[in-house]
Design a protein around this ligand. Structure first.
Ligand code: UDX
Length: 448
């Protein structure tokens, strides 16, 4: 089976309302649409998606009260719980109404963290699938959490932070997802609900590919006992992409055109990570002093406590012509540009996969959640990036940038990255692992 068999069948999708979750869900929407399915996207008022950019899809807004002001930015578990609580009833009402007016709904695909949304779908008789927007390895952290907790890893033992976690290699203690001591109980409940949603779903879709996570996928198959489809890198299956919540500054592409091949370091810490002011200043001068051309994404809210950060005094004059600062980039196009030869990243999973897909070696500076674990794979398993650890300090930044961009260590990583890029491309070909998994997914959806 597979091919364009989804005609007149509709798939409902519901992303968690954050950039790193919206992008892969909309990429999946585009992929399923290309296989003939009609698409309906549910979205919250908080970080709502601009439906005018996606005229082929139907959009349904869930009235969640746009509760962003009540969120503590640093407390992601409470945000996820709040989103679930706020959306459960409105989603129930919307879905019930929708089902009474529409035929041909095949299934719902919702983010792993929408545990109450999966439960509502089930109550209303709709088959639901989970999209995991992070890596397979990070999903194994979820399934392993009860064991890790029982073995005393939480709260994380500071004195053993460099020790290997024998229950979850190759993670070291410091690569595990961190949480405040006072929040462990809440986190444990959230993890349990997420894993339960995954186990009781009709299938799990993961934005990864087998060449980089074969063992992790095999273990997940054993642990979760539901069909699992690794169909990434999802962005490689879509040609046009319009899911940015922030306006992208495309002028950087013309600037990149003026730079030598492989010369520019692209620096971005994703959509949520925050620096303190001292770290920001050290980063600025570290980049300036490296004398390496750079393109740096400084989101207006990148620095804690500010809504619109100014560059340090004298910085703009110092880097004129050799460095560019923008507030949000067309990241996929930047990474694919010939001039870009390195990526200083926070290792959000999307950024990590996007960097791999374009063969750009990395400087890894993870901040929170799954980012430390992703960085561990980049530096230790695939060996295509170097870690920037400890206090952010301009001399260390300068040295690390030079090492990635101009020295043997960086060249070796660039070489290994070429292989990974090829793997990422091969898996999307007609006989590639992700392409075949998509065919299986389509068959699975049609048979459910
Ligand atoms: C965070 C986590 O780190 C991630 O692993 C988790 O699953 C979701 O929350 P985020 O900070 O958004 O995500 O990072 P990432 O997963 O890398 O996603 C960022 C997305 O924004 C990427 O798709 C990237 O292409 C895009 N982006 C980033 C831009 O379009 N422009 C930019 O300037 C920066």
């Amino acid at each position: 089976m597979s091919g364009d068999l989804g005609m007149n069948r509709r798939i409902l999708l519901f992303p968690l309302p954050y950039q790193g979750h919206i992008n892969p869900m909309l990429e999946l929407a585009s992929l399923l649409h290309s296989r003939g399915f009609s698409i309906t996207i549910f979205h919250t008022q908080f970080n709502s998606i601009d439906s005018t950019k996606h005229p082929s899809y139907e959009f349904i807004s869930i009235i969640d009260g746009n509760t962003s002001n009540h969120f503590n930015l640093n407390d992601i578990p409470s945000r996820i719980v709040a989103h679930n609580n706020n959306c459960e009833q409105p989603f129930h009402d919307s879905l019930r109404k929708y089902l009474s007016e529409n035929k041909g709904v095949t299934c719902l695909v919702a983010d792993l963290h929408w545990y109450k949304i999966h439960a509502v779908a089930k109550r209303l008789g709709v088959v639901s699938l989970v999209l995991r927007t992070g890596s397979a390895a990070s999903l194994r952290w979820f399934t392993s959490f009860p064991v890790l907790r029982a073995k005393g890893y939480y709260p994380l033992p500071e004195s053993e932070k460099d020790e290997l976690v024998t229950e979850l290699p190759p993670y070291r203690v410091k690569d595990l997802i961190r949480m405040d001591k006072s929040r462990i109980e809440d986190f444990a409940t959230l993890v349990e609900l997420d894993v339960e949603a995954a186990k009781s779903s009709s299938g799990i879709i993961i934005n990864t590919f087998t060449a980089i996570e074969r063992k992790e996928m095999d273990k997940l198959h054993q642990e979760l006992c539901v069909p699992i489809f690794s169909i990434g890198p999802l962005h490689k299956f879509t040609c046009q992409f319009q899911s940015s919540l922030l306006p992208q500054d495309r002028s950087c592409l013309a600037w990149l055109d003026t730079q030598a091949p492989d010369s520019v370091l692209y620096v971005s810490f994703g959509s949520l990570a925050l620096l303190n002011y001292e770290e920001f200043v050290e980063t600025a001068w570290g980049l300036a002093n490296s004398w390496q051309p750079f393109l740096w994404v400084v989101r207006p809210d990148l620095v804690c406590g500010t809504k619109n950060v100014n560059m340090p005094d004298g910085f703009d004059e110092e880097v004129k012509g050799r460095g560019m600062v923008i507030s949000w980039a067309p990241q996929l196009e930047v990474l694919a540009h010939d001039a870009v030869g390195g990526f200083w990243t926070h290792n959000g999973w999307n950024s990590t996969l996007e960097g791999i897909s374009e063969g750009v070696p990395m400087i890894c500076r993870p901040f929170f959640a799954d980012q430390m674990g992703n960085a561990r794979y980049v530096t230790h398993v695939w060996k295509v990036g170097m870690e920037l650890e400890g206090k952010l300090e301009r001399r260390i930044i300068e040295k690390t940038v030079r090492s990635l961009m101009r020295e043997k260590e960086g060249d070796e990583m660039r070489e290994r990255m070429r292989m990974l890029k090829k793997n990422a491309s091969d898996c999307t070909m007609a006989d590639g692992s992700s392409y075949l998994a998509i065919n299986k997914l389509v068959d699975h959806i049609l048979s459910s």
